[in-house]
Design a protein around this ligand. Structure first.
Ligand code: GLN
Length: 287
């Protein structure tokens, strides 16, 4: 069978299984098996696949048809241009989160420019480590604490930091919330993409998320806001003068989060929209 035909058949199969962007997904899986950039497939539509290649593609397409995320099948994803390995113990990093990471390192770099050194950031619930790693990579003056309650997630985050050459400036800390942080620690930036899906809505999510992202990475309690309440209440003593908290949140949560934080005497600085014009990131400070 030739490249073009494999793509067409796989895409059709994936469409029938309810997979979005099935043609793109088929192309990415085939490119992965053939170890070429996706665009190269277009120059080789007539290439005949070897039997072994065909067997591999079939297997991967079958898995994708069972709604296993593409990122799990190929083993990694790109986050702010860095390669980040993922598996079932971490949330697959999302494009919205790239914006959060970028706001984080831009803030830190501004502080560097204004003469502050020895900058520190806390990535609260680091998962794959994507935020901690990109912040460390883009702000060489910063030290980052990557905190998570899951030992498996931290092991993967550490590997990801090594792979991207920033493990020397990231401390990995296993802790459920702030409990594991020494009480005299403080940060210029506390950044987090906490679990924010209301428990009752998890069943309604697409299978790739519902069945493959760890539940602890999604479940934000009855109204989805448990982690924001914890952060609003407990983060103040870990934030430095003129520091910021930057948090991703879910659809329709902006007003509640603003209220929760202001109730704990935070000052809302801004609410930033994502690439689809939905309010997505909350930024606040203390005075
Ligand atoms: N910080 C990781 C991410 O943004 C994990 C977040 C989570 O598990 N909720 O992808």
């Amino acid at each position: 069978m030739r490249v073009l035909e494999v793509i067409q058949r796989s895409a059709k199969f994936l469409t029938n299984k309810g997979v979005d962007s099935s043609r793109l997904q088929a192309e990415l899986l085939l490119a992965h098996v053939l170890k070429v950039p996706r665009m190269k497939l277009y120059l080789n539509f007539e290439r005949e696949l070897a039997e072994a290649e065909l067997t591999s593609v079939r297997e991967l397409v079958r898995r994708r048809g069972q709604r296993e995320p593409l990122q799990h099948i190929v083993g990694s994803t790109s986050f702010c241009g860095l390669e980040v390995a993922v598996n079932r113990s971490v949330l697959v990093p999302r494009p919205e989160t790239e914006l959060l990471a970028e706001l984080g390192w831009q803030f830190l770099n501004k502080r560097v420019a204004s003469g502050t050194d020895a900058l520190t950031a806390l990535d609260f619930g680091t998962g794959s480590g994507c935020i901690a790693i990109t912040v460390a990579a883009q702000c060489p003056a910063a030290k980052v604490v990557a905190l998570d309650s899951s030992a498996e997630a931290l092991a993967l985050a550490k590997q990801n930091a090594e792979r991207n050459g920033v493990d020397g400036r990231i401390e990995f800390l296993r802790s459920d919330g702030f409990a594991g942080l020494p009480s005299n620690t403080s940060f210029d930036l506390i950044i987090s993409n906490p679990p924010y899906i209301p428990s009752g809505e998890i069943e309604t999510l697409q299978p790739e998320v519902r069945d493959f992202d760890p539940r602890e990475a999604l479940d934000g309690g009855a109204d989805g806001l448990d982690f924001y309440r914890r952060l609003a209440e407990q983060a103040p003593r870990f934030i430095r003068l003129n520091g910021r908290i930057m948090l991703e949140f879910g659809d329709g949560q902006a007003a509640d989060i603003k209220r929760i934080f202001e109730h704990q005497r935070w000052i809302t600085e801004s609410v930033i929209e994502d690439y689809t014009q939905r309010p997505r990131i909350f930024i606040a400070r203390r005075d």
